[in-house]
Design a protein around this ligand. Structure first.
Ligand code: MLT
Length: 248
């Protein structure tokens, strides 16, 4: 029997792989799903967190090598999308298709970079609660239920401060991927919540328009964390996209 194609799901900030729980379940019938905690996050068995998108991507490639996985369908949520761009830059021959979920191609502007430094300093002084307090209100619409919100907050609070500080540095210094969009030669899916306050629907539209043949799916009634606020829709979009991409 042919082996199932591999899907690699890369989590966002300040989270770990638990954010992909619903998609792991939904995709695992037809794909081998790899949803790692980035180094230093969650329950990662690997040590110190990486401080750049390129290093995070290299670490993921090493893990795939260790599992004898060569090519992947790649999905990144928000910061995970920044990692996905770095992975595609370094290992283009390993990427069969790419899903960018509530993510963006641009780099931080000066104010954004200063904000990363300020948050890193606050996390250093007071811990993960600072990141949770800043991010949680942007993750969900007002309609999201309290228990889901509380569970996600718990995951955020469990992240080591050192990992969050490394993420903030990597996000602050990430290169602008906008100029590379027109040269992407694999199938691309862009997913965005219609009320995403971090990576806006307008940004997602512009990003999809700049990538040859990219498909845009807008998730109604969702803010930033679409894989959790609208798990069924996001899982279906990913399943449909990776299945079609794999059939090509
Ligand atoms: C994320 O969800 O990973 C972050 O919000 C991304 C960012 O802050 O740029």
């Amino acid at each position: 029997m042919a082996e199932k194609p591999t899907v690699l799901l890369v989590h966002g900030f300040p989270l770990d792989s638990r954010m992909w729980k619903a998609q792991q379940e939904a995709l695992s019938g037809d794909f081998q799903v790899v949803a790692p905690d980035l180094d230093g996050h969650g329950a990662s068995p690997r040590g110190a967190p990486a401080h750049s998108m390129d290093d995070i991507a290299r670490s993921l490639a090493e893990r795939l090598d260790a599992a004898a996985v060569r090519t992947i369908h790649l999905a990144g949520f928000s910061m995970g999308g920044y990692v996905a761009f770095a992975f595609l830059r370094q290992f283009p021959e390993r990427v069969l298709s790419l899903a960018l979920v509530d993510s963006r191609a641009g780099a931080d502007n000066e104010a954004g970079r200063a904000g990363r430094d300020a948050m890193a300093e606050s996390v250093r002084e007071r811990g993960a609660g600072v990141a949770a307090a800043a991010m949680l209100p942007k993750m969900f619409t007002d309609a999201a239920d309290a228990s889901t919100r509380a569970e996600v907050e718990r995951w955020m609070l469990e992240q080591p401060a050192e990992a969050l500080i490394a993420d903030l540095r990597a996000m602050r210094d990430r290169p602008d991927a906008t100029a590379s969009l027109g040269g992407i030669r694999v199938p691309v899916l862009v997913v965005v919540g219609d009320q995403d306050p971090i990576t806006s629907p307008a940004d997602a539209q512009a990003m999809a328009a700049a990538i040859p043949g990219a498909k845009l799916v807008t998730i109604e009634g969702a803010a930033h964390l679409t894989p959790i606020e609208r798990p069924g829709e996001v899982s279906a979009a990913l399943h449909d996209f990776f299945s079609r991409a794999g059939a090509k």
